[in-house]
Design a protein around this ligand. Structure first.
Ligand code: SF4
Length: 263
């Protein structure tokens, strides 16, 4: 049995479709964090029709949304965003304990050097997950994935059309100043909620050279949401990707080695 992780992002959606064409028994899973755009329900349902099979939705039994995690004071520490661990990674671990056996797990990392780097780090850190990266193997980029969805007649998730680089949760602590200024404009309620949580717990999403900066003191002109590329959440904390493995990324990019051959 193959587990394919659907995240409501364009790349994982295409990775799941490829997985279904490659393997016999593919089970599709989506982890609902409770903090995503409501359009995700439409996108998920469109993809289920495209796949011809349902996507299992699973969620944390402790946290209903990302704000629940932030309220515990876990915002953006030296070990990355705790909300990746709580409503996502722990849910994956639980599923793995329940299933006990699988032949591979399909992930939607694409052919961007940073994504290849993340895939390599993931393989190194979670060899037991038996990860598979069909997009990297087939040299598929995020724009390619968007094109494939367009061709299939599936409208991409609204967050992309609104100008976000990915379909992460709304109000992601991994975002930079430009991202948060965009959230303030597009989703003022979320911005105000997180700003209040920051004050309540005395911790911040953002930091600059002078130290931490609370959302309610963020000048509206700071940051550029287009320049700031936040990685797709993909159930993995950003700290896990900090080590750069340039040489291997370059070789995968050039097609000299397969992502499957990277040790
Ligand atoms: S997308 Fe952002 S807010 Fe959502 S779980 Fe991942 S790190 Fe947390």
């Amino acid at each position: 049995m193959i587990i394919a992780w659907f995240s409501c992002g364009v790349t994982s959606a295409v990775a799941c479709k490829i997985a279904l064409s490659l393997y016999k028994d593919v089970q599709l899973y989506y982890i609902e964090t409770g903090s995503c755009h409501p359009d995700n329900a439409r996108f998920l349902s469109d993809c289920e029709k495209w796949y011809g099979q349902p996507i299992h939705t699973i969620r944390s039994d402790k946290y209903t949304c990302v704000a629940d995690v932030l309220r515990k004071g876990w915002i953006n520490g030296p070990h990355g965003a705790a909300c990746t661990l709580k409503p996502k990674k722990e849910v994956r671990y639980k599923l793995e304990r329940e299933l006990q056996h699988w032949d591979g797990q399909v992930w939607g990392f694409d052919l961007d050097p940073k994504e290849i780097n993340r895939a390599i780090r993931f393989k190194q850190q979670y060899p037991d997950a038996k990860p598979l990266f069909p997009l990297i193997e087939r040299q598929i980029t995020k724009p390619d994935a968007m094109g494939m969805l367009w061709k299939a007649g599936i409208k991409q998730p609204v967050m992309y059309s609104m100008g976000y680089n990915n379909n992460n949760c709304i109000g992601c602590p991994k975002g930079g100043m430009g991202y948060w200024n965009k959230i303030r404009k597009d989703f003022p309620d979320v911005f105000n909620e997180v700003a209040q949580i920051e004050r309540d717990v005395g911790a911040t999403c953002l930091k600059d050279k002078d130290g931490r900066i609370f959302l309610d003191e963020l000048p509206p002109w700071r940051g550029d949401p287009v320049e700031e590329i936040i990685p797709d959440c993909s159930l993995i904390c950003q700290i896990e990707f900090q080590e750069i493995i340039d040489r291997q990324v370059e070789r995968v990019l050039k097609g000299e080695i397969s992502i499957n051959d990277v040790a």
